[in-house]
Design a protein around this ligand. Structure first.
Ligand code: IPM
Ligand code: MN
Length: 354
């Protein structure tokens, strides 16, 4: 297979983890005889600094022409505390999602058994937790009509029936391939938009008799994720709720640096870690590259390259078992490995194993 990949490294720790993701991608392709070509493009603060636009036209073109985008992170403290900033790095990510029509964000929350003790929750609660959050990504408050005045401001949480239907369809398809349990998360006791979600879900549920559908208010879901994370199989929710719940989900696993995601929809799919740009760690070689590397596994799997994805996952497991880990998940007294060392170890493992 021939793969054209757009590589958007972005800001903060983005460039460091991106290098490791590309190294793993390249190693696996070489092993399986796939031709891969990577094209780098600007996004986020890096793009604002270079050309004044967080998602330049040129980057959009490179993404459109690629088979997939390997994305890292955007964000820069220079913009965070300046409410008056006209452009922000995050707008680059949002523009990419919108322009590529990436309405479905797939965020798996999986625990690694050797890391459960790193979770802030009790071991017996997290053990075996394995669910997927399907987050709607191009609607809701993120993209609804906004007004930003000095004394009044609002965001509109708007959803249309087709937007809700298409994301629920994706969620049902995932549920069918898993444990056939779908939880629709909303706030239908208060929000009109949520009542539309629930109505549409209730209409669709009979078409999926093999899947158990339940409905949960978002506040309750946030609580249940802590009390009994193993309850969930597939959850589906709107953009803002999904943003919040997946940070909570990543925490359950013990480190934010572990979780990859895929954003899919109408055009080129994007594979990215769910963590942000962690500007404080920039250049320190301490960021965990695993979420980025696991995003590469998701990329392969998207194209039906299961063995390739599996090899990446086994290499990651092997690195954890061998205690080749970045500081935040290292065992007590374990050796010091940085972003580069972990990435290189995984590449070597891939070269030497099948
Ligand atoms: C995420 C991030 C983004 C979001 C930010 C960087 C705009 O937090 O991918 O979860 O809110 O969607
Ligand atoms: Mn987020």
């Amino acid at each position: 297979m021939k793969l054209n990949i757009a590589v958007l490294a972005g800001d903060g720790i983005g460039p460091e983890i991106s290098v490791q993701g590309v190294a793993v991608l390249t190693a696996v392709c070489k092993k399986f005889g796939h031709e891969v070509s990577c094209k780098e493009a600007l996004v986020g603060a890096a793009a604002i600094d270079a050309v004044g636009d967080p998602f330049p036209e040129e980057t959009y073109r490179i993404c459109r022409e690629a088979d997939a985008v390997l994305f890292s992170s955007v964000g820069d403290p220079r913009f965070d505390n300046d409410p008056a900033a006209k452009v922000r790095p995050e707008q680059g990510l949002l523009a990419m999602r919108k322009k590529l029509g990436l309405f479905a964000n797939i965020r798996p929350v999986q625990t690694f058994s050797c890391l459960v003790h790193k979770s802030p929750l009790k071991d017996e609660l997290v053990k075996g937790a394995d669910f997927i959050c399907i987050r709607e990504l191009t609607g809701g408050m993120y993209f609804g009509e906004k007004h930003e005045g000095d004394d009044m401001a609002y965001d509109t949480n708007k959803y249309t029936r087709p937007e809700v239907e298409r994301i629920l369809k994706v969620a049902y398809e995932y549920a069918r391939r898993r444990r056939r349990h779908l939880t629709v998360v909303d706030k239908a006791n208060v929000l009109a938009s949520s009542r539309l979600w629930r109505k549409v879900a209730q209409e669709m549920a009979p078409n999926y008799p093999d899947v158990t559908t339940d409905y949960m208010y978002v506040d309750n879901a946030a609580m249940r994720m802590i009390q009994e994370p193993t309850f969930f199989d597939v959850m589906v929710t709107e953009n803002t709720f999904g943003d919040i719940l997946t940070d909570e989900g990543s925490c359950i696993t013990g480190s934010m640096g572990l979780l990859p995601s895929a954003s899919t929809g109408e055009s080129t799919p994007v594979f990215e870690p769910i963590h942000g740009s962690w500007p404080q760690a920039k250049g320190l070689n301490i960021a965990n590259p695993l979420a980025q590397i696991l995003s590469v596994a998701m990329l392969f799997e998207y194209f039906g390259l299961q063995a390739e994805g599996e090899l990446v996952r086994r290499a990651v497991d092997a690195s954890l078992d061998a205690h080749v880990r970045t500081p935040e998940i290292q065992v007590e007294g374990g050796a010091k490995y940085g972003t580069r060392e972990v990435g290189q170890w995984i590449v070597n493992w891939i070269e030497n194993n099948r």
